[in-house]
Ligand binder design. Sequence first.
Ligand code: FAD
Ligand code: SF4
Length: 466
Amino acid sequence: MSRAKSLKRQEMEKQAPEIRITNFDEVSLGFTEEMALIEANRCLQCVKPTCVNGCPVNIDIPAFIKCIKDKEFEQAIHVIKESNLLPSICGRVCPQEIQCEQECVLGRKHEPIAIGALERFVADWERKNQLKACPECLPPNGIKVAVIGSGPASLTCAADLARFGYEVTIFEALHGGGGVLLYGIPEFRLPKEIVKDELEIVEMLGVKIKYNHVIGKLLDIHDLEEMGFQAFFLGVGAGLPQLLNIEGIELNGVLTSNEFLTRINLMKAYKFPEYDTPIDKGKNVTVIGGGNVAMDSARVALRLGADKVTLVYRRTKKEMPARREEVLHGKEEGIQFLFLANPVRLIGDENGNVREMELIRMKLSELDESGRRSPIPIENSNFKIKTDMVIIAIGTQANKLLLKTIPQLKLSKKGYIITDEEGRTNIENIFAGGDIVTGAATVISAMGAGRRAAKAIDQYLKEKLG
Ligand code: FAD
Ligand code: SF4
């Protein structure tokens, strides 16, 4: 066996579970330089690297790993930033296990290269050394493009357009930038200082960000056209929470993960009273859902001081859409999992506070045409559990606020914007990408969509304006 294959994949140090549930600090501590070098040395430097195809923004993975191997960390960050301006973020939250790392040839017989951890290592190295590599931009062409929303799709689209020479303004509804990176994903997985830092790189390219601008309310696309914007990218995400249609949903102590996580992340409720946002703190918390949002809500509830947190999911652990690593972390921290169960009713006390949840047991059907096994209720299998706080994390949908001000825009049955592969909508100067097109997906898929749309916008404007 070659040396590369025989070396074990390096694993990041982590805060111990009993310590980390008492704080909101980052769980995974990253690679040391020594670990990064060992890991980089495992890379085979394949002539036809399959990992690059697994990355939605096609980072030249072998090239940046080679730079690490040669201890050329600054060069490594330049290679990454040619394709990805948010490497500290992606190194932390991308589901690499089903993207680049899944395609790594070493993974066929051994453990794949820890590509995400290496990406994070160089991005963190850059920050520690107070460097801020910023790619070159073409000379300004004076053409104005408006980008609505400041999530990963918009940031990538805006950055690429600025690099092509456009005058780009982002309009963001909230008072901070980053979309879900800011208000959704908790500090212990993605420190907000990092989001702020990577946002600054986008601003260094000349992109202007106007906060507290709800487009569709304060201004609409027509107003922006009158202000001289020639093309638009809609990256407004899919932030409208989906509710459960069951009895008792109005009880005190029942809330959506959106509200819960926004209060915690954006409004720093976990630092109350230092920050003046109060938050409900349950002692016996039940979270409904099986994705990253449900896992994040459960782990936040634990850190707020819950004695018991139970995650209820109607399928099994195998079908959970949450990242494997985060499910493992949650389990280590003491989250209880109740699989193959679905809530049917919430029961309150005389003061209208939630006290119990009635559930029904589920089984999975045979594989259906879509290749999934549907959950089916098992008759007469109802049971109750005690709970004093319920967090609903069963998914989100498109927010109509902006879309209803553009009635000609073609939407799917579920209310998402219909585009081609490059983000073109049925209106020639409006492009879209990210969750508002695909429904809830991933940071890197949103970034990939932003990148493709930037190219299409460039092509459209060149053809239109000559
Ligand atoms: P968003 O990030 O949703 O950003 C949209 C932005 O548009 C927001 O800032 C919003 O305020 C703004 N906006 C909306 N309407 C308007 C308007 N009318 N005017 C102006 N601005 C507007 N993905 C991963 O890859 N890994 C993870 O670990 C992961 N964990 C997640 C955890 C949570 C709690 C959540 C909620 C999601 C998670 N995701 C994860 C999914 C990922 O964050 C999203 O797929 C991604 O952020 C989508 O990017 P986007 O740019 O399309 O939209
Ligand atoms: Fe290295 Fe794996 Fe990519 Fe080959 S596929 S270049 S081994 S990371």
